[in-house]
Design a protein around this ligand. Structure first.
Ligand code: HEC
Length: 187
């Protein structure tokens, strides 16, 4: 197989500038350490991709940044308990928090509105009050927007997959029969 590296680099060069122009993307490096490059989750943090928390009320997300989060939490129907929890990341500016949350809410298949600097500023006074638990947060609607995996993209594949199998069998049998007939006539 051809070495895929050159085309990978080419693709990266093509896509990297717009990605890096996105401030939230570069800020996400910090989150990626625990939540994974694609928000898939690691053994240090639950998934952000398709998370009902991420796609739920923005206030929750801002407060998690400012105060950190501890104790058990359910994400996408799975019960997690991370002994270390999530540390408060309140050293980030209001702009940084707005940018990274906006990035997370519009990436990895998530589809939630942007978070503004003003929204973060309004919650900033909550910082320094010690870590939160899931009970301190507004319970999000459990059904996360299903934009990620089941987009319905392949739903009509069945309908488009051509004639039914019996028709192929019939045509094949007819061709074979016709061939045999022709052969028998030649002798
Ligand atoms: C040191 C690891 C760590 C880092 C860094 C980190 N998190 Fe977390 N995060 C966690 C853990 C652990 C939890 C679950 C907390 C608990 O146990 O209740 C969590 C929970 C969350 C949740 C709610 C649960 C979910 O999966 O939707 C959100 C949203 C979140 N983090 C966003 C972020 C964002 C955005 C960043 C970067 C700015 C970030 N985290 C950085 C470890 C981390």
């Amino acid at each position: 197989m051809a070495n895929p590296l050159p085309s990978f680099l080419l693709a990266f060069a093509a896509f990297a500038p717009p990605l890096h122009a996105n401030e939230g993307f570069s800020k996400y490096t910090l989150c990626a350490a625990c939540h994974g490059q694609s928000g898939e989750g690691t053994n240090l943090g639950p998934p952000l991709a398709g998370s009902e928390w991420v796609n739920g009320p923005a206030e929750n997300l801002i407060r998690i940044q400012l105060r950190g989060l501890q104790g058990p939490i359910k994400v996408k129907g799975v019960d997690y308990h991370f002994p270390g929890g999530m540390p408060a990341l309140g050293h980030q500016s209001d702009e940084d928090i707005a940018a990274v949350l906006t990035f997370v809410r519009s990436s990895f298949g998530n589809d939630a509105p942007a978070v503004t600097t003003a929204e973060v500023a309004a919650v900033r006074k909550d910082a320094g009050n010690g870590p939160l638990t899931a009970e301190d947060l507004i319970t999000p609607p459990t059904a996360a927007p299903a934009k990620s995996e089941s987009s319905g993209k392949y739903d009509d594949l069945e309908a488009r997959s051509g004639p039914p199998a019996w028709l192929w069998f019939f045509l094949l049998a007819a061709a074979a029969g016709g061939g045999l007939f022709a052969l028998s006539r030649r002798s």
